[in-house]
Structure formats: structure tokens, C-alpha cells
Design a binder for this molecule. Structure first.
Ligand code: N7H
Length: 499
């Protein structure tokens, strides 16, 4: 099977999405589900090839609009992908829970059954992993992500995307009907749903891009930097950033993946979905309150914006502080990605602990080894004038990011980035001369704290010396839980998993 026809399109190149529905499902009748899934794949699942075609259509529409001086037409472009939690694969008879499967990770072929998917964290699920290790606070998690009577509630997820809300609604209905309609009730106008369907959809989440296009809720331009994949993406010429990565960092059984996965897993990828609530008015208040506490900020025209930019490593319009730590006015640098933090023993331009430096350290490391592709989408409404005035989020108006990412190994991808880098005050390491006993600090956006960790703080350049100004941080991103999944290839969906 040609690779692009075999990969699900959200993994690569990404489904075009202004709106997204996450249909979390529970399998009730595995055999009937398998039969229905087999026909679902060709009818509904969007492959990488199809997603590439959609992206080309968007480009073409934009080019035409520019040529004729009219606004670009919004195309419907619905997309659908499916992924399974370990409980879902178990329901299909394709995963066995045993001590070894949840404790051990990789190349232990003797312990694993021939076709068992490797990856201890996938077996455990996000709750046992992150609550078990003390990172996530159970009382902050949404009930859908908390096991009930010891049982996990989600077997898998169907993700539906579209460029227009009405197209999304239509597609979601068709997807649900496919699995829930009465046999023979095929006409969409008169379809009857079964009282005893093969699949339940107990939880649904909705994402939508913000009216301020390209910006997430804190107001930063998002979706700029992704790892370019050798063999799939057009990669940057030598010496230009970002460097390309081996396909095996994202896809199972490709060069660079040492998990020794079974054959059926080829072209698949592990998916992490995590609901991250964002406290936007609180973030703005903190910036306002602290803009003069950092010595570097005093000599800036806009100390508040400079502080925000230092926490992220990019100004809110996407300009990397490594390329311009002074202002964000150079249009050539909006969304620029050509930087690597050199000289890496100093952080006069980009703080060592800035979110993008923690999450992709570039020149700080000799080679990339923990890499993810991000496909998240914002959720919730805009901050209201009342919330702005109160400088406090209204509990009834939650907003945040449905964080979504893909990798060939959850322990070495999402989990590593969160626990070993974002939450570790001493990463990036070997910078001791410049950042004192507390190290570079915690990732202000997604760093989490265990009880015995130092208070949340970050070291920022003081603008004059190769030294630091340390500043205490609040918490503006609340992890509400999520789940670990595997996104299989098209071939695996049609053959092994439904066989
Ligand atoms: Fe982060 N944000 O929108 O403010 N992130 N992120 N992220 N993030 C990035 O380069 C954000 C989160 C990564 O290649 C940008 O596209 C928010 C988690 C990685 O240079 C912005 C949340 C994890 C990169 C944000 C959040 C990551 C990255 C810059 C949570 C991993 C690329 C725009 C609410 C575990 C680094 C861009 C590179 C960039 C935001 C979460 C990882 C603006 C709000 C949980 C790898």
C-alpha cells in the first residue's frame, strides 16, 4: 500500500480544521463493530493522500481569491479519523492486559505476544500514568477521563473535522449513524437508530478555532513549528532550521523507531489527547502585575509583551525572541522558524526555559530524540468583558486547548516532554553558570509540579549580563485529563483489527 494512502490524515499532513468534534466511544458489540468499521474505512476515513489534496484545494482557493481580489471561499472539507485506547483494542481481542504489557516498554519480544502493541504507557492509559505518578490531580479531571469502579470509560475516539460548522454537524450525524443505525435503514432522511447499537458515544468534546485566526486563547500565534519528516515533508536545506527528523519518531516501524512493534502497526502512530483549560484573564493579570518585576523589561517599549514573549520564546505574533528579543515589528520574522538558540550556553535572547525551547531544544541538544507532531484545537468561547474587568475566569465559561499530538512512543514523546523537560527546573541542563541553583526553571505554559518540587519559577535574562532574573510563576493551564490512543493505518483497520 502506498504510504500516503495508508496513513490517517490527521497524523500527517493534518486535517484542515476550523471545527472539530471528538466522539469518544465505548464498544458494546465487538463483532458487529468490526463489520461496520470495515465498510466505514473506505466511506469515511480521510487518508494522508486525501488530506494533502484538501490542503492543495485550500491553496488553490486562496490563490484564485488573491488573483481576483475577492475573499477566499471557505470549502467544506470534512475529515474523519479513528483511534483506539488499549481498552478498545482489548475489546476487539487485539490487546492483552498483563503485568508485562503495562510495565515494560519496548523491545521485549519474549514477554509480548506476537501481535501485542508495545508501549507500557499506552497499556496503562493516561489516568494510571499521570495520576499514578502524582502529576495530575484527580479532583481536577473531567469525569470522562476518570475510571469508574476501576474501569476506564473510553475505548476510542472518532475525530471529525470541517471548515464550516454545518458541514461538521452533517458529517458527525453520518458517522454516528454508520455505527448506530438499524440494519437496512440506509436512507439518511429516514434513518432509524438502534436501541442496542454496537457502539456508544458517551462523551463528546468540541473544538473550534478562535475568531482571531491562528491564535490560541492566550493570544499567541500557534501552529507554526512542526517537525519536518524525512521522506514525507519538503525538508529545509542543510544549515537551515528546523532540522528534519527520522520518520520513526512519529510512525511505527519506520527508521528511527526502536519499539519493535508488530507488523500490523506499521504506518500507525500513538495519539495523545489532553484537555488543557486556560485561565486567560488570570494570565493577563499576572503579566500586568509582573511586567516591572523583571529587570530586562524596564528597557522595553512594552514590558508586558516582552514578559509574555519571554515565557513563550515567541512574541504573540509568532516572532521568535531568539531572532529578535527587542520587538515584534519585522514582518520577515512573523512565524519564522529558522533559529537554533546559538550560542547555546547563554540565554540572552531566548530564555532557556521558554515554552518553545523546552519543547524543542534545537541547538541545546546534539540530536532530536523526543519529538511530537501537534494537532490541537482551541475550545470554549472568547473572554467576556465581565471576565476582563474582574481579571478572573468565569467557571461557567471554560476555555482551553484540546491538545492533540502524535508520536511513535508515548514515553519518549508527550510523557517525556511533559515530565522530563517542561516540569523539570534543571532542563535544559549544563547551563549552570548562568542560571543559579534553581536551574532554567519550569515551563510557564505546561510545566507541572510534584509536591517535593521547588515552587514554580523561571530564570529570565536580565538584559545586561549573561545571568538571570528569577521570577515566580502562577499556574494558568489546568490539566483536565485525557487519554492515550493508537491511530492505526488504513490497512490495519481493514484487515488485522477487523479480522
Ligand atoms: Fe505548546 N500556546 O498556544 O500558547 N505551543 N502549548 N505544547 N508547543 C507552541 O511553534 C501552547 C503544549 C509544543 O518546534 C507555541 O507552533 C499552549 C504541550 C511544541 O519550536 C505556542 C498549550 C506540549 C512546540 C504554544 C501548549 C507542547 C510548541 C508556538 C497548553 C507537549 C513547538 C507556536 C494550553 C507536551 C516547539 C508554534 C518548536 C509550541 C502554546 C501545550 C509542545 C504559541 C497554550 C502540552 C513541541
Amino acid at each position: 500500500v502506498a504510504r500516503k494512502a495508508n496513513i490517517q490524515g490527521d497524523v500527517w499532513p493534518g486535517l484542515p480544521k476550523r471545527f472539530q468534534t471528538f466522539l469518544f466511544f465505548k464498544i458494546r458489540k465487538p463483532d458487529e463493530f468490526k463489520t461496520r468499521l470495515r465498510s466505514f474505512v473506505d466511506e469515511h476515513i480521510t487518508t494522508a493522500q486525501e488530506a494533502c489534496d484538501m490542503k492543495n484545494q485550500i491553496l488553490e482557493a486562496k490563490t484564485q481569491a488573491q488573483k481576483h481580489g475577492v475573499p477566499a471561499k471557505i470549502l467544506p472539507l470534512p475529515g474523519v479519523n479513528i483511534a483506539f485506547a488499549s481498552t478498545g483494542l482489548a475489546a476487539l481481542g487485539k490487546f492483552t492486559f498483563n503485568e508485562a504489557a503495562v510495565k515494560k516498554d519496548r523491545n521485549l519480544s519474549k514477554i509480548f505476544k506476537k501481535n501485542q502493541l508495545r508501549g507500557g504507557l499506552f497499556g496503562k492509559g493516561m489516568y494510571d500514568d499521570l495520576v499514578g505518578e502524582g502529576w495530575d490531580e484527580p479532583k481536577e479531571l473531567r469525569s470522562q477521563f476518570k475510571p469508574s469502579a476501576g474501569k476506564r470509560l473510553i475505548d476510542g475516539v472518532l475525530m471529525v473535522t470541517a471548515s464550516r460548522a454545518e458541514d461538521l454537524r452533517y458529517k458527525v450525524l453520518r458517522v454516528k449513524e454508520h455505527f448506530q443505525k438499524e440494519p437496512g435503514s440506509d436512507d439518511p432522511d429516514t434513518v432509524r437508530l438502534s436501541n442496542d447499537p454496537c457502539l456508544d458515544f458517551p462523551f463528546t468534546n468540541h473544538g473550534k478555532t478562535r475568531p482571531e485566526k491562528g491564535k490560541e486563547h492566550f493570544g499567541f500565534e500557534d501552529g507554526i513549528s512542526q517537525p519536518l519528516i524525512e521522506g514525507l515533508d519538503e525538508v529545509a536545506p542543510k544549515g537551515k532550521e528546523p532540522k528534519a527528523v527520522k520518520p520513526g519518531l512519529i510512525f511505527a516501524r519506520h527508521e528511527g523507531d526502536d519499539m519493535n512493534q508488530p507488523e500490523w502497526a506499521e504506518d500507525g502512530s500513538f495519539l495523545v489527547i489532553r484537555d488543557l483549560q486556560q485561565l486567560v484573564p488570570e494570565f493577563e493579570k499576572w503579566l500586568e502585575d509582573n511586567k516591572h518585576n523583571a529587570p530586562f523589561a524596564a528597557d522595553s517599549d512594552d514590558p508586558k509583551e516582552k514578559l509574555a514573549a519571554y515565557l513563550m520564546g515567541r512574541w504573540r505574533n509568532g516572532t521568535p525572541v531568539d531572532e529578535n528579543p527587542h520587538h515584534d515589528k519585522d514582518p520577515n520574522l512573523f512565524r519564522s522558524n529558522n533559529f537554533d538558540f546559538h550560542p547555546v550556553d547563554k540565554h540572552e535572547r531566548c530564555p532557556f526555559a521558554a515554552h518553545i525551547r523546552k519543547m524543542r531544544p534545537r541547538g541545546d541538544l546534539n540530536h532530536d530524540h523526543a519529538v511530537i507532531i501537534r494537532r490541537g484545537i482551541s475550545y470554549g468561547d472568547e473572554v467576556t468583558p465581565e471576565e476582563k474587568t474582574a481579571q478572573k475566569s468565569d467557571d461557567a465559561k471554560e476555555r482551553g486547548l484540546m491538545f492533540v499530538c502524535y508520536q511513535s512512543d508515548i514515553r519518549n514523546g508527550f510523557n517525556f516532554l511533559t515530565t522530563r523537560w517542561a516540569s523539570n527546573h534543571h532542563f535544559p541542563d549544563r547551563k549552570a553558570n548562568f542560571v543559579g541553583e534553581h536551574g532554567p526553571g519550569i515551563d510557564a505554559i505546561v510545566g507541572q509540579r510534584l509536591a517535593h518540587h521547588p515552587e514554580r519559577s523561571i530564570g529570565l535574562p536580565d538584559g545586561k549580563h549573561p545571568t538571570e532574573a528569577r521570577i515566580g510563576l502562577d499556574r494558568w493551564v489546568i490539566p483536565r485529563g485525557g487519554e492515550y490512543f493508537f491511530t492505526p493505518s488504513i490497512k490495519a483497520l481493514k484487515e488485522y483489527l477487523t479480522g
